[in-house]
Ligand binder design. Sequence first.
Ligand code: 3Y8
Ligand code: NAP
Length: 249
Amino acid sequence: MIRALILGGTADANMLAAQIARAGIAAVYSYGGRTAAPAEQPLPTRIGGFGGVSGLADYLRSEGITHVIDATHPFAAEMSRNAIAACTQTATPLLALERAPWGKTSGDRWIEVADVVSAVAALPDSRANVFLAIGRQHIAPFGARPQHAYTLRFVDPPGETLPLPGADVIVSRGPFTFESELEMMRTRAIEWIVARNSGGTGARAKIDAARALGLPVVMITRPHLPDRPRVESVSDVMEWLGHRTCLGA
Ligand code: 3Y8
Ligand code: NAP
């Protein structure tokens, strides 16, 4: 009898949850608790950390979890590493549902960097209008370049004072459209974009809009993760769970 744990928090995880619920497979959807009102899921849902590797291992045992699908975001590296360790400790089958990184296409003006600090260094010295599309957790390092006019985008309104005084905050949870990204960049005369190579469709629109406007994108590449079984489609996950989905699902 399958009882799956979905480590969620992404559009892909949400599509998987819908398929799993439709197939009548017993499962739990897990959020880290990063946002005030995460999207509802058609499955029993838990919110918050497990308490590190040992907390997750205890959870797997006490809840009788038979399969873990890591459908977290490619930058949720700590969660993914913990899942590998806890599933190894408890001999629980683990599969990652992870979308491929975005590839650079002709017309893209990307400056690829390894991390946030390198992204800060990649910005010009002279003042520019910079759109930081990397959420709220990693904006403090940009304080080293206070000369720029920053536009930030958060899922929830900023509670505390920002580490970037004077920055303008857009509150929006996405997914975003090409037209709305184009409009936003034109209205704010954006000259530079900083993004993470999230992959997937939910945040791709800004990359396409930047290309259309000929704007440079400082693209932060993904953290490296230890090897684990990995698929890119919901139907592959369903097959792994022993369920064939109808074509085109
Ligand atoms: C809590 C669940 C859906 C899923 C929406 C995807 C698409 C929009 C792209 C930009 C980039 C960013 C950010 C982003 C994307 C989708 C998807 C995706 C980037 C929600 C969600 C949770 C989170 C957490 C949040 C982080 C933040 C990152 C905003 C829900 C909406 C910037 C990542 O305030 C905070 O502390 C927010 C933290 C982690 C990164 C950061 O460091 O700030 N996601 N995002 C999940 C949990 O608690 O477990 O609230 O419903 C999910 C989505 N985020 O279709 O509804 O890729 O699947 N999320 C990045 O790419 O850099 C936005 O603005 O262009
Ligand atoms: P992270 O840094 O890899 O994880 C930090 C800690 O948060 C984990 O060790 C775990 O705490 C807890 N956690 C993270 N995801 C969890 C989940 N789905 N269920 C239960 N606990 C979770 O994670 P993050 O980058 O902050 O991402 C948090 C969530 O936002 C994830 O669900 C991710 O899919 C989603 N998200 C992240 C990004 C991003 O850019 N990072 C983008 C879109 C969506 P314990 O150690 O206590 O178990």
